[in-house]
Design a protein around this ligand. Sequence first.
Ligand SMILES: Cc1cc2nc3c(=O)[nH]c(=O)nc-3n(C[C@H](O)[C@H](O)[C@H](O)COP(=O)(O)O)c2cc1C
Ligand code: SF4
Ligand code: SF4
Length: 260
Amino acid sequence: MIFYFSGCGNSKYVAETIAAGLNDNLTFIPEAAREGRYDYTLAEGERLGFVFPVYSWAPPKLVLDFVKKLNIKVGPSTGSGTLPYIYFACTCGDNCGLTEKVFRKAVEEKGWSLSACFSVQMPETYIGMAGFKLDTPENAQLKIDRANDLLKRNITRLINKEHFSEMVVGSLAWLKTYLVNPGFNRSATDDSKYLSTEACIHCGKCVETCPLKNITLEEGRPKWHGHCTMCMSCYHHCPVNAIQYGKATAGKGQYYFGRR
Ligand SMILES: Cc1cc2nc3c(=O)[nH]c(=O)nc-3n(C[C@H](O)[C@H](O)[C@H](O)COP(=O)(O)O)c2cc1C
Ligand code: SF4
Ligand code: SF4
């Protein structure tokens, strides 16, 4: 059983690759949360996996909120008992800070324990502030090629239920995760800087690709409704680049996994 979140497709690709390798099934966290699906039963010996992007050097808040509400039973008739093998894979543009520590704590607060985790560097998606830019197409492809090698190796370790941690932590990790991240979480739902320009062709792609269903079309133009997670999917998927985030995104280009 794999629970995943993805805005721009990187983590979806990683989740699908792991699911194929483990012959496992996938649940999209925002959909399950929307429908109030928090109760699950793991078969005897079944792995419990989570896949998500790193947001501001920690797991996205919506992922942590989901974990908090999850109610997992082990085996068809048992309400407790054997702890399952639990792992996470997170995707990041560069590094993850103390994402492992934060997720481990969330898992332990449920009385579970984390068996394995690894990070996968994938193309950058965050360009909502000055100084943040996308990877060149060559760099993006290089990251994906390396990710495929890393996934192959780590899927074998998950099959064997190895205990391991392979995270790219980066510099000033404590500061980024415990001082910068709370500020990001406070502002992440604020979508008031998103706008659409006259280039909009009213296609509705932004509505369709928002994982939180935070956008509607009003007179053919997107309207944001204030429960954003800042995944930037709406910006990246617009076929005519008509969405901007204030002035921060001007001229920075677009990316989503599989975009040609
Ligand atoms: C709001 C936001 C915050 C991000 N923060 C980080 C970060 O702290 N460290 C990092 O290396 N990448 C960061 N990234 C980049 C993403 O983690 C990375 O591109 C990821 O693969 C995107 O996954 P997705 O395509 O499944 O949404 C951030 C991206 C977004 C949109
Ligand atoms: S995806 Fe772009 S063009 Fe399509 S409705 Fe949204 S803003 Fe307009
Ligand atoms: S409004 Fe845009 S940035 Fe916010 S959650 Fe939806 S797609 Fe992501």
